[in-house]
Ligand binder design. Structure first.
Ligand code: PLZ
Length: 451
């Protein structure tokens, strides 16, 4: 652990938790008043501290508070916020040119990002990539590509899945509130089958859950009607659900045996988050298509679909695109981010974070019976909270812990269909002492909430 304990990661921000006002402080509160007057109420804010700088493992707010960042802006700033490699690439690019539209007059950064994606994603077959602006847009395009290739229409997703907020991806997303309520009608030809959720599957193993899902596909949809099966290897917004061993592989094998395009949505789990470049690798699954976003570009908006050349090339020229997809500045950020991951053994860092957190969380579970489950891999770890002695989700406790952590300078996130999962997504540049301090604050939060 010492290898990471004394690293500096080239941020000049002091790596400390330090509160100089209450949270949120007066400047943030004033900005939040303006937010209420200027920004749609539909755009919620979890913790209204207005951030002015960030790096390493901290966020600095407008009042000068320094908070520990245990969320990475929802798994985005994996390489650290304002990572120097990203900043340098962006600054150079933005001074050279900001935009041409790749579909009009191209530039090399786009091609280089696609080359990197083709090289780093699972499988050594020939691949192609296409770039977009957001995760939802990548998932939508994966569906377009799979339909064009298979000439089939049905899309299969799983319970607790999350794929975005656009119309098609709302249909693909499981949870109603807040994502879908009042926004229908949703896109047709989307079918949901069981996932593997070991904590709640009453002892059923991964392969058994896959068999239930497969039977549903065969009997209710018909395998020959299915264009794509889309699954997150570890479900993010659904509650950091790690499927039972064998589930993900069985679903991939079924898809590939039936001419169905198997799409791994690695938007949250990809790019070294779980201790592998892509979480699919854990079960040696080689997806036909893989969607990426978030961690790919150190905070700049970029997303991609990468996959088998014959599938990706089956779309007519001009069928994929968009004004900003693969913007040169976002591509420069991605190249900086990927270089940092390769040069700094990002996967080892994610594994170190897991090795530090797991025993601490297990020790807490001994003392706090509300911790029903601890799960995740690498720097994608969560605890599921229940009413002690039952399986009943305790969303109130998750909210109370979150509130305590926020008030004490640790930016934490909850997740899950039942809102009862407390998740950790630290940047891989998180200094070990800060990570330990954040866990100490969580421990105190449990003391307070369960006393
Ligand atoms: N697929 C697996 O995790 C985004 C959503 C936050 P976009 N997850 C965070 C929120 O409340 O909007 C996500 C994901 C997976 C797709 C997406 C969508 O990515 O970049 O938010 O569109």
């Amino acid at each position: 652990m010492t290898a990471t304990a004394d690293r500096t990661d080239a941020t000049d921000l002091p790596q400390v938790r330090r509160l100089v006002t209450e949270i949120p402080g007066p400047r943030s509160r004033a900005l939040q008043m303006r937010k209420l007057e200027a920004v749609s109420a539909g755009v919620g804010v979890m913790l209204p501290i207005y951030v002015v700088r960030a790096g390493g493992g901290v966020l600095i707010d407008a009042d000068g508070n320094s908070l520990i960042d245990m969320g990475s802006g929802i798994a985005v700033t994996t390489v650290g916020n304002a990572n120097p490699e990203v900043v340098a690439g962006v600054q150079q690019q933005v001074a050279d040119l900001t935009h041409t539209c790749f579909m009009v007059t191209p530039y090399s950064g786009y091609v280089e990002v696609c080359e990197a994606l083709n090289r780093l994603t699972p499988g050594d077959h020939e691949k192609r990539s296409a770039l977009f602006n957001s995760g939802a847009e990548a998932v939508e395009n994966a569906v377009k590509i799979a339909r064009a290739y298979t000439k089939r229409q049905a899309v299969v997703v799983v319970e607790h899945g999350y794929h975005g907020r656009t119309n098609l991806t709302m249909a693909l997303t499981a949870k109603n509130m807040p994502y879908k309520q009042s926004f229908g009608p949703f896109a047709p030809e989307v079918y949901r089958v069981p996932t593997s959720y070991p904590f709640r599957d009453r002892g059923l193993k991964g392969p058994e859950m896959a068999q239930i899902a497969i039977t549903r596909i065969e009997k209710e949809i018909g395998a020959t009607n299915v264009a794509a099966i889309i699954i997150e290897p570890i479900q993010g917004e659904g509650g950091f659900i790690v499927p039972g061993d064998g589930y993900f592989k069985a679903m991939a094998d079924f898809a590939q045996a039936n001419g169905i395009v198997f799409v791994a949505d690695e938007i949250q789990s990809g790019f070294c988050r779980t201790g592998d470049w892509f979480a699919s690798e854990y079960e040696d699954v080689v997806p036909d298509l893989i969607t990426t976003a978030k961690g790919i570009a150190g905070g700049m908006p970029l997303a991609a679909v990468t996959g088998r050349a014959e599938i990706m090339d089956s779309v007519h020229a001009g069928g994929l695109g968009g004004t900003y997809g693969g913007n040169p500045v976002a591509c420069a950020a991605a190249l900086g981010s990927i270089r940092w991951m390769e040069e700094n053994d990002a996967n080892a860092r994610a594994k170190q974070i897991e090795a530090l957190m797991m025993p601490r969380l297990k020790a807490m579970a001994e003392r706090y019976p509300a911790i029903g489950d601890i799960r995740g891999r690498g720097a994608m770890i969560a605890i599921e909270l229940v009413k002690p002695g039952t399986m009943d989700p305790d969303a109130d406790l998750a909210a109370a812990l979150n509130k305590h952590c926020h008030a004490n300078g640790v930016v934490t996130l909850t997740t899950g269909t039942y809102g009862n999962v407390f998740r950790f997504l630290p940047p891989l540049t998180m200094p070990v002492p800060l990570l330990e301090e954040a866990l100490g604050v969580l421990d105190q939060a449990f003391e307070d909430a369960t006393r």
